[in-house]
Design a protein around this ligand. Structure first.
Ligand code: HGY
Ligand code: MN
Ligand code: MN
Length: 418
């Protein structure tokens, strides 16, 4: 279906590779797969990806932060040509679906395979990237590999990052054998495309197949710690309590109110929470929790952060506790390249695929690469809007049509750039 007649997407291999990669790190008890960045399971995923890249005779390179690149060189590339890059990530959250990130990387391989199977070299080199630690579950920030690639964090700082499990990122990268020597950022893309599942409910709800992603919302992550006093649950009157657990719960309620008051654009999530001593009949002396705030509008995101800050100060005073907050991540909203968005829309139209322009709610590597090259994203629907969950699903024909759009956009951009 590609507009370049001799190039054909090999759908069965793409679907097979999605399933095969999805089995790596499979969790038979809780379902899905878990390939947290730089764990043995993720190493196995990396090894499989590199094997597939080599089977396509791509030039495989690994940089100092473990980003993996496979390049199909054009006939004119002596090694320094700015490639058209496609990419995403293969690390996952815990008990993840099989598509988040992996779909975009493997669809990129499918584009390279279309050239190989037609025995055609692209007019400009094409590179498929798999960026390290996109999820940010074990090491923050998220989108770390692409952030380093884009110059937003030094490789040394990334390598020195301590994980939630007390490990040092650089040590783990060495341990799994992906501490490469390529200097991060040395491959500057001519343009960057990321095909990804929507991970939200919009496309399915509207019966639309292709999301033309114009922008991506800002992200603010912080770690909050409340220090109160442990005391007996049965003998301590409420007015004498300094209850860290109550304060944490009040903050969660306030965050929902902040989201509600925004009219729906601000999203607030407390994904992790722990109490100490975490005992049924002891008032918690300590509560630790994370806050994830997002909004497509920078001013509204700042307003949400400021309202939270005020609330923390107020409730600390009221309950007589100490509250500290550490910023983990802060990314401003990103606008993608209008020309690429137009190209994606035109391709979807030519194929007769329903499509709509939209904002990305999730963070993606594209938001980092947009700092150094024209970038855009293509979405396909997520059933029930579910993601970061074993039940994540997109129908095969939707996956293949999304990959057809990617192939067609790539071919047209290659022709346009020559
Ligand atoms: O947090 C995010 O939006 C992405 O999945 N890392
Ligand atoms: Mn993703
Ligand atoms: Mn994700």
């Amino acid at each position: 279906m590609s507009k370049c007649p001799e190039l054909r997407l090999n759908g069965p291999i793409l679907l097979q590779q999605i399933r095969t990669l999805g089995e790596i790190g499979a969790d038979p008890v809780n379902g899905g797969r878990t390939r947290i960045a730089l764990t043995d399971a993720e190493k196995a995923g990396r090894d499989q990806l590199v094997a597939w890249m080599k089977a396509l005779d791509l030039d495989v390179q690994v940089d100092r932060i473990g980003n993996i690149f496979g390049t199909l060189r054009s006939a004119t590339d002596e090694g320094h040509q700015a490639p058209l890059m496609m990419g995403s990530h293969i690390d996952t959250v815990t008990n993840a679906g099989a598509l988040d990130g992996c779909y975009g990387v493997l669809a990129g391989l499918a584009v390279a395979r279309a050239f190989r199977e037609a025995d055609v070299l692209p007019s400009r080199s094409i590179t498929i990237g798999a960026f390290t630690n996109e999820e940010g579950v074990r090491y923050q920030p998220d989108m770390m590999g692409s952030l380093v690639h884009a110059g937003g964090m030094t490789a040394d700082d990334a390598l020195a990052t301590m994980g939630t499990d007390g490990t040092r990122l650089g040590d783990e990268l060495q341990r799994i054998g992906y501490a490469g020597d390529l200097e991060p950022g040395s491959i500057v893309p001519h343009e960057y495309l990321e095909l990804h599942i929507e991970q939200g409910p919009i496309l399915e709800a509207e019966g639309t197949l292709i999301g033309v992603v114009e922008n991506l919302q800002g992200i603010s992550w912080q770690q909050v710690v409340v220090q109160g006093n442990a005391n007996h649950a049965g003998t301590t009157p409420t007015r004498l309590r300094h209850d860290a657990g109550y304060v944490a719960s009040a903050v969660v309620a306030e965050l929902r109110q902040i989201a509600r008051d925004s009219g729906g654009t601000t999203l607030a999530t407390v994904g992790c929470m722990s109490f100490e001593p975490n005992v049924i009949n002891v008032i918690p002396r300590k509560a630790s929790f994370t806050v994830d705030l997002r909004d497509p509008d920078e001013e509204l995101l700042v307003a949400a952060e400021r309202r939270l800050e005020k609330f923390l100060a107020l409730i600390a005073e009221e309950e007589g506790v100490r509250i500290s907050s550490e910023r983990l991540v802060r990314f401003q909203p990103v606008i993608f390249d209008a020309g690429l968005a137009d190209e994606i829309e035109a391709c979807a139209s030519r194929f007769g695929f329903s499509h709509k322009r939209m904002t990305s709610g999730a963070g993606h590597d594209a938001q980092m690469i947009a700092r150094i090259a024209p970038s855009a994203m293509i979405f396909v629907p997520s059933r029930g809007g579910i993601s970061h969950n074993p039940r994540e699903h997109t129908d095969d024909d939707q996956l293949l049509k999304g990959a057809e759009v990617l192939l067609d956009v790539v071919v047209r951009r290659l022709n346009a750039s020559h």
